[in-house]
Design a binder for this molecule. Structure first.
Ligand code: UN1
Length: 512
């Protein structure tokens, strides 16, 4: 089906009567106490209203936390393998509805269908992985220092968990948080990003259909200051998980610390890709295009700096520009589109501002730099794929997270120089190197200071069963994905069983 037809029929179907979505609290779909709502519009065509959502306030968050607290009493006692069976069933249901949910996501967020299918798949993968954890949740058993005494540590749930999620992975990231929390026996209140609440609704509906009891997962939609901040202040919320900018993360971490909440922050990135003289240049080029312009550059793992050794620098830049110019920008519902729009007007403005900053700093704008607004694109937030070359590592475009399709190419002298440039940055999420020299590849694995390093692959595309997160301003030391998530959503309890029938004093009664 042509995009045109698809878009128009969607508009006609919805413009007269867009769906109204309520909050989900204690198993009921309820309106916000504020009585106010907001619109979720398609960034590729702002005439298309994806849905109307509740503008939640503190009273809604309080009701959701209260429901989660009551539900926790029973949910924590459901055997973990049983909790996991529900998550397994949810995985199967998500997989079945992948296409429908991908389309919803492209409409609300803009990224192209093949990527939104990937986003739903990431939730499916997480669900299968976490379902498996229900029969593990391993803890250590260990010898006691005393005779006739048994020692072990078990995982216990944390309690009510608050989650504040971003718009760039509208289903995958909520799944990274909700699913490990649930398998560990926690209950949840989630506030999805105001740009993409529908994908969280889709995920939570599936969880509910799969058998998650009422009150165990609650949704409050809305804006950070009104609907997110009350979670940080609420004494009954024991853990907060946030993915978003480092600036907001700092505020959240500070607020959470006041009441000693567990707090996991997954923040910004400015991810380098190093291309050495001996690299497979065609492969590096493919990787650069995918890493820089996939998801319209709106990934915290996006390749935003390409550090190229001088022997191949000019050739690489020429080829990159040639290929970037050919990318088809448009509505993500059209299967032939390579790159969708920016998520909203503010993000588009940020991108354009940074392009101006790059120019004024003296970087060479090689291609792109303009808003695209001819024809159908006029109703969306489209931007040309943009490449700057001859970027100095100290420039703002090489230091600050842009979160758009704007990449900086930085020349370097050699491998050692590349590593220095790569690390000389506030962030440390992902990193990549293209080389055929195994010695340099291993040195890079050791020396790139980041939470993720790829060899001969771009900086994006982490898999869900490995730790995900980064160093420095990228986070506060926690990891999502795999066991790292289980660690965050559980508390260790050490259990000692003394079956000696006498008082034995640790450290004091040492057997002769
Ligand atoms: C993000 O950009 O916040 O590794 C998450 C990736 C994806 C997740 C990105 N699996 O690129």
């Amino acid at each position: 089906m042509a995009t045109d037809t698809l878009t128009r029929s969607t508009i006609e179907g919805d413009a007269s009567r867009p769906n109204v979505y309520r909050n989900f609290i204690d198993g009921e779909w309820v309106e916000s106490a504020s009585g106010e709502t907001f619109e979720n519009r398609n960034p590729a065509d702002t005439r298309d209203v994806v849905g109307i959502f509740q503008k939640s306030v503190k009273a809604d968050v309080d009701a959701a936390v209260d429901a989660a607290k009551r539900a926790f009493v029973k949910w924590r006692l459901v055997p973990a393998p049983r909790r996991a069976e529900i998550i397994y069933l949810a995985a199967e249901m998500l997989a079945e509805r992948k296409e429908e949910f991908a389309r919803d996501m492209t409409r609300e967020m803009g990224k192209v269908l093949k990527e939104t299918r990937g986003d739903v798949q990431e939730a499916v993968d997480t669900a299968y992985y976490m379902a498996g954890e229900g029969r593990r949740l391993f803890g250590p058993t260990t010898p006691s220092e005393l005779p006739n005494k048994f020692a072990m540590a078990v995982r216990t749930p944390v309690g009510v968990c608050g989650m504040i999620t971003p718009w760039n992975f509208p289903m995958a990231i909520p799944s990274w948080k909700l699913l490990p929390a649930l398998v560990c026996g926690n209950t949840c209140v989630i506030k999805p990003a105001q740009d993409t609440p529908l994908s969280t609704y889709n995920l939570v509906r599936v969880l509910t259909d799969a058998g998650v009891p009422k009150g165990v997962v609650n949704i409050v939609s809305g804006f950070g200051p009104q609907a997110g901040a009350p979670m940080l202040e609420h004494p009954d919320v024991r853990a907060i998980s946030f993915t978003g900018s480092s600036t907001v993360g700092r505020t959240i971490g500070t607020a959470a610390a006041k009441s000693f909440k567990h707090c996991s922050l997954e923040l910004g990135g400015k991810n380098p890709m190093i291309v050495l003289n001996d690299a497979n240049l065609e492969l590096a080029l493919e990787g650069a295009l995918w890493g820089a312009f996939g998801t319209t550059g709106q990934r915290c793992t996006a390749t935003s700096r390409i550090i190229v050794e001088k022997g191949v620098y000019h050739h690489f830049v020429d080829r990159l520009v040639e290929r970037a110019r050919k990318l088809r920008v448009g509505n993500g519902l059209d299967e032939t589109t390579d790159m969708g729009p920016a998520v909203n007007e503010r993000q588009l403005k940020t991108d354009l501002d940074y392009i101006e900053i790059g120019r004024s700093e003296g970087a060479r704008l090689m291609c792109g730099g303009h808003r695209l607004d001819k024809g159908d694109l006029h109703h969306g937030y489209f931007l040309e794929p943009t490449v700057f070359s001859d970027v100095d590592p100290k420039m703002r475009i090489a230091q600050e997270e842009i979160f758009g399709p704007v990449v900086s190419v930085i020349p370097c002298e050699n491998f050692e120089d590349a590593i220095v440039i790569a690390n000389n940055i506030e962030y440390g999420l992902s990193s990549a190197i293209y080389t055929r020299d195994v010695n340099k590849a291993f040195a890079a694995m050791r020396d790139l200071y980041a939470g993720i390093t790829y060899i001969n692959a771009p900086t994006i595309g982490a898999e869900v069963h490995l730790p995900f997160g980064g160093v420095k301003a990228t986070g506060n030391g926690h990891r999502e994905g795999g066991i790292g998530a289980i660690d965050f959503y559980s508390e260790w309890k050490s259990v000692y069983v003394d079956y000696s029938d006498r008082l034995q004093r640790a450290q004091i009664d040492r057997p002769e």
